[in-house]
Design a protein around this ligand. Sequence first.
Ligand SMILES: [Zn+2]
Length: 431
Amino acid sequence: MRRHAIFFLPSLLLFFLVHAGTNPSDSSSITPINWDLYHSSDDLMEQIHSLVHRHPDKLSIELIKAGNKGYNAELNVVTYYRGGRETDDRSNFRILLTFGQHGRELITSELAFRILSILSEEQFLPKTNGVTLNNTLDKVVIKLVPIENLNGRKRVEAGDLCERRNGRGVDLNRNWGVDWGKKEKDYDPSEENPGTGPFSEPETQIMRKLAISFDPDVWINVHSGMEALFMPYDHKNVTPEGLPSQKMRTLLEKLNKFHCHNRCMIGSGGGSVGYLAHGTATDYIYDVVKTPMAFTFEIFGDSQTSSRDCFKMFNPVDLPNFKRVLNDWSAAFFTIFKLGPLQLDENSSKAADKWVSIDEYLDGYLVERKSRYGKNMEVIDVGMQEIKTYFRLFLLSSVLLMFMFCSRIAKSKYGRNSIPVMPIGGSSHSV
Ligand SMILES: [Zn+2]
């Protein structure tokens, strides 16, 4: 037995050496984090802090903290604005970007750092005209969250390579208020635990406040696991109707062509990804914060890899792919910085040209009054039709009165031979 073991062990060792190198998709091998390519979260935040401090004319950073039930979270928000200090001037195009919402998707935070480096002009986009870029960036304010889920990311760095949830096991992209808590048949709490209620998690509370106060024109939630450009909705398999939605799709089609080599899936998250997701950030930002362009980008995925080999499935593991992902996607973001404001201009000029009928105006007015006075004004719904009718009658009788008045003038001017106008009684007093 012993002699057999002596021959057996070296050949087993040889087997593993050969197969570890030639068969990366072997489900038994788990790829560790490649620290030659990736920053640790501490290192990344340190690098971002020093970058910001080198460029106080363009960048600033703030730390926001929140916590409940003994669980605390903190979130760094970097602001880019060429004037040095952000103003409330609404003529600027406002962009809110978040990265690292899921712990295991390390590549997304590396992209955040790359985008900040280009914004600071310490790094440059290949094939880009500096003057055009400056013109574009003169008109934007960007708020960027490099690591939304720092606690979850720490767990990944400690060896829990498949963790996507936050530090207490809640999926931050299921914890928002639109369609929260609905569970599909294949619901897996180790992936999608939505928390004890909408906005139960400090990270989500911070992000929601940030989104409402900043009120962006564009929102992008950056993930990895596949290559896709998603627009609302995640909780149903359709996209919103109308022109603004078509414009979102047009923008995504351009990005797919120019930066994703037409490989990216496009459409509603719920319709394209193969499952519906409830309580997601992008659905809330679109439906409740009313951000006109709200997206979820998936920037990399290795579908050939075993789902247990999470670092490799969600992140490029070799230098060429790592570089390619960062180059392609930083270029895609700068295309959005450029095309986004143009798209919004078109939207707003269309809105101004739109003809508003009396009925639409009244509806809008009454709804606004109703929401201002709350439930006490619900009675107005009952009277809405009558009020509209009276308003129409009032307009009609005013026109008739004007007509009578003009006729009288004409009659007195051209003598008594003209045909007398029949007086119309009553209707002018109906209001
Ligand atoms: Zn994700």
